[in-house]
Each structure stands twice: as C-alpha cells, then as structure tokens.
Design a protein around this ligand. Structure first.
Ligand code: NDP
Length: 291
C-alpha cells in the first residue's frame, strides 16, 4: 500500500477503542451498583463464519467486563421450542441483551424469532419497536452495523449537510437503517439495489456521490473508477476473495486512489460494529432499570 493510500485509511480501531472505553466505564458503574451486564447469543446448528463472529463477540465482551453467555441449540429444533427459549431469556432478569446468530436453518423463520425478542433486550436493533423508533427519531436500540457506518462517516469531521450519499444494499439490518441515520445527519441519501444494477444505473449514482456506502455482499463489485474524486467510501462488505482472503464490496486500491477516506476490509466497519454491540448492551441495562 502506498503512503498516499495509508493516509486516507479510515480504520475502525481508534473509534472502536473509544466506544469500548465508554462501554467499559458504564459496566464498572453498573457493577458498583451490583448489576453485572450479561449478553446472550443463540446459535442454532453450526456455521463456521457465525461461530467466528460469536467467539470474537465473546472476546470483546469479556474485555469490557460484560458476561457473554452462548446457547447452542440443535439444528432440528422446532420453531415453537425456540420461541419458548427466547421468551425465557426475555424474562430472565440476569440477561440484558439477546442476539440470534444468523444463518438459521431453513425451517425457522428469522423474522418471527427476531421479533419475539423483548425490545429492551434487542441489542441488535432488529425488532419492529426499535426499527420504528429509529424511523421516528425516538430513543431505542439501533442496528449496530448501520450505526457503525454512520459513526465512521461522522468521525471524518466532514460537513455532512446536504451531501449526496449513495447506499448500495437495502437490507433491513444495513442499507435501510443507514439511510435513516444519515437522513438525520442532514445528508441526501439514495438507496441502490440489485435492480439499480440490472438497469445499468449503479455507476452513475455512485459517480455523483460525496459518500458511498457499499453493503451488497458482492466481492469488489463497486469499481474504483466509479468513485468521485474526494468521496468518502465506507465498505461494509465481508466476502471471501481469491486465496480465501477477506475482501470488501469495493475495488479497494483503485477506489482509494480517488477517495478522501476509505475503510479497509478487514479493519473497518466490523470492529466498530462489535464495539457498538457492547455499547448497546450497556444502554439496554440502563433502559431496563426501574424508574
Ligand atoms: P443482504 O444480502 O441482506 O442484502 C444485500 C443487498 O445488496 C440487497 O438489498 C441486494 O439487492 C443488494 N445487492 C446485491 N447484489 C447487488 C448488485 N449487484 N448491485 C446492487 N445491489 C446489489 O446483505 P446484508 O445487508 O446483510 O450485508 C451486506 C454486506 O455487509 C455483506 O457483505 C455482509 O457480509 C456485510 N455485513 C457486514 C457487517 C459488519 O459488521 N461489517 C454486518 C452485517 C453485514 P436486492 O434487495 O434487490 O436483492
């Protein structure tokens, strides 16, 4: 990597460290009051990528003093039985946050499982209550990746008022919520998706963007030559490239040559997402306290 590119790198670690230091202070304060924050994750069957994230979450949780409990469920579990387990966790006063690791086996409906989570313990911000709060600009737990992308953009110090943002991907967990969060920052967001590409319009949208958020999950699909000079490029993609190397959704070197800031993959959005999961867990504990 050239020195020029290195100076444009928007790494996740410094921001993640600040968020974790805050979370850690919150945990200490809660422990002083006799409350030990606990995050629980449910894993159904075994998926190597999901297990990797889970172990990473455990390591970071323990670093800030949050207890991390994982429940491994049989891949053949019935929907009703899993819903009962979620209900039990909802009622457990010693568990403050709940994550359902994806993917789930085909026979389980992801939205039914996620929507069963108590909104107060929904540290990934996936329930209709928290999504609605996000839409309305009300207090709630926000989806961690969308929040990580927004915080990384804000950390550049750029004036966001009226800036053209092009978001590629319209998932409930990344693309849609990031558009709402960036709308609240006074930017002008456009959401692109697979039909934008099919109609041959993606390049022209990206080319006019002051800020590009790539969250489509297709390795190096966004070409560096499409990026406007001086744009901020946030790459949320996590894909396996050639030789098993992890790559993002953006053609990195070519995009970096034109961008003012660009997030690396790995080392960009992912670490901030995990840090915000810990912050959300601490926030969830405070929200669950009476009075
Ligand atoms: P989804 O698969 O749920 O959504 C992908 C979106 O990208 C869809 O809206 C789809 O459009 C769109 N898309 C797919 N192909 C194209 C294309 N060729 N051109 C334009 N749009 C396209 O993915 P997620 O939102 O869950 O994740 C997106 C990426 O972010 C993945 O690489 C994932 O691994 C990563 N990720 C990273 C996280 C982190 O912490 N760093 C956390 C979560 C996800 P359509 O709706 O039309 O099908």
């Amino acid at each position: 990597m050239t020195g020029d590119i290195a100076s444009k790198l928007l790494k996740g670690k410094p921001l993640a460290d600040r968020i974790l230091a805050d979370a850690s202070r919150g945990v200490q304060e809660l422990k002083a009051r006799g409350i030990h924050p606990c995050l629980c994750s449910i894993e159904v069957g075994f998926d190597p990528a999901s297990r990797y994230y889970l172990e990473n979450q455990r390591r970071i949780a323990e670093r800030v003093g949050i207890k991390y409990e994982s429940r491994q469920l049989n891949e053949n579990i019935y929907q009703e039985d899993m819903l009962k387990i979620i209900e039990e966790i909802n009622l457990d006063p010693y568990i403050h946050g709940l994550i359902i690791n994806l993917p789930l086996p085909q026979h389980l409906k992801v939205s039914e499982m996620q929507w069963k989570i108590s909104s107060a313990k929904d540290v990934e911000g996936v329930t209709p209550h928290n999504m609605g709060a996000l839409f309305l600009g009300a207090q709630g737990l926000k989806p961690c990746t969308a929040l990580a992308i927004t915080e990384l953009i804000k950390s550049t110090g750029a004036d966001l008022n009226g800036k053209e943002v092009v978001i590629i991907g319209r998932s409930n967990i990344v693309g849609k919520p990031v558009s709402i969060l960036l709308l609240a920052e006074n930017t002008t967001p456009t959401i692109c998706h697979s039909y934008t590409s099919r109609m041959g319009k993606l390049e022209s949208h990206v080319a006019r963007a002051d800020i590009v958020v790539a969250a489509l999950g297709v390795p190096e699909f966004v070409k560096g030559s499409w990026i406007k000079e001086g744009a901020i490029v946030i790459d949320a993609g996590i894909n396996e490239g050639e030789n098993g190397k992890m790559v993002g959704d953006v053609e990195f070197e070519a995009a970096a040559a034109r961008a003012s800031y660009i997030t690396p993959v790995p080392g960009g959005v992912g670490s901030v997402t995990t840090a915000l999961l810990m912050k959300n867990t601490v926030d969830a504990v405070y929200m669950q306290q009476p009075g």
